[in-house]
Ligand binder design. Structure first.
Ligand SMILES: CCCCC/C=C\C/C=C\C/C=C\C/C=C\CCCC(=O)SCCNC(=O)CCNC(=O)[C@H](O)C(C)(C)COP(=O)(O)OP(=O)(O)OC[C@H]1O[C@@H](n2cnc3c(N)ncnc32)[C@H](O)[C@@H]1OP(=O)(O)O
Length: 228
């Protein structure tokens, strides 16, 4: 990922490794346990996290089936060199799922990916600021998490993407404060189109909260930046 130092144009580019060191500092990962995470959130986190590394005979470790994905306060930081771009393009912009400082008040979540099975899961604890119907989570907040999990999944499969269509069936309300599991599966890839299905379920699997089909289109990020 290369980019011009002075203007967001894709024609004259500079290798990001030539940039000064302060711009290359490691961003904070928000997808790690904090004091607000309840027992269900912790249990599921540990369930998947423990499968990220496998102990080998002889004591060594190798990569497991799952990989924990980091989550930052700006989408640009996901891209190589994005830490630098975050500082020059709308530097005040923030990913809205990560812009509420109080731990546990809104979106607490962590994503894990399983490339062998082309699956992604999200563990989501919905805080009190996400109320929709009394005592339950707002449908837009649920859609946000579905978009986040399926969008991240699609971009892992195909690079940068935009959501073209999210078709959500809301089957049962999610109690505020509860933890739910989002399961994202690749349905098919056709050219630039990536179609993904996603279920939001209670953590014991007994209840389906939503069912979704999502369409993503691969894009060239340069076009987005040129519009900025
Ligand atoms: C944001 C990207 C930055 C890069 C990020 C990289 C990595 C990210 C990593 C981690 C991400 C972390 C968190 C993720 C969190 C959330 C995910 C964010 C995603 C979003 O929150 S994003 C915002 C909402 N999103 C929009 O704001 C889109 C507005 N929109 C457009 O920008 C265009 O509309 C676009 C680009 C979608 C398509 O435009 P286009 O010009 O490229 O393509 P075109 O129209 O030619 O369509 C080509 C073929 O797709 C078919 N097609 C198109 N649209 C369709 C539809 N809706 N239904 C059915 N079929 C459709 C056509 O019918 C044709 O089909 P055919 O080829 O068969 O004829």
């Amino acid at each position: 990922f290369t980019h011009s130092r002075s203007s967001p144009s894709c024609s004259s580019s500079v290798q990001l490794w030539t940039l000064p060191l302060p711009f290359l500092s490691k961003p904070r990962d928000f997808s790690v346990p904090n004091s607000s995470w309840g027992p269900e959130m912790m249990r599921l986190y540990e369930h998947y996290n423990s499968q990220c590394e496998v102990e080998m005979e002889g004591g060594g470790k190798r990569e497991g089936l799952w990989r924990k994905l980091p989550s930052y306060n700006r989408i640009l930081k996901y891209a190589t060199g994005g830490v630098y771009l975050s500082k020059i393009i709308q530097s005040k912009a923030r990913l809205f799922t990560r812009n509420i400082r109080e731990p546990g008040a809104a979106f607490e979540y962590v994503l894990f990916a399983n490339s062998e099975e082309q699956k992604c899961v999200g563990i989501f604890q919905a805080g009190h600021l996400l109320e929709g119907p009394p005592g339950h989570v707002h449908g837009g907040a649920i859609a946000t998490m579905i978009d986040t999990v399926t969008g991240t999944h699609a971009s892992m499969l195909s690079g940068p993407v935009m959501t073209a269509n999210l078709n959500i069936n809301y089957r049962s309300p999610i109690p505020l404060g509860s933890t739910v599991l989002l399961e994202s599966c690749l349905d098919k890839k056709e050219g630039r189109k990536i179609i993904i299905t996603c279920k939001v379920m209670s953590t014991d699997g007994s209840k389906v909260h939503t069912e979704t089909t999502a369409l993503f289109l691969s894009i060239n990020v340069c076009h987005l930046l040129e519009r900025a």
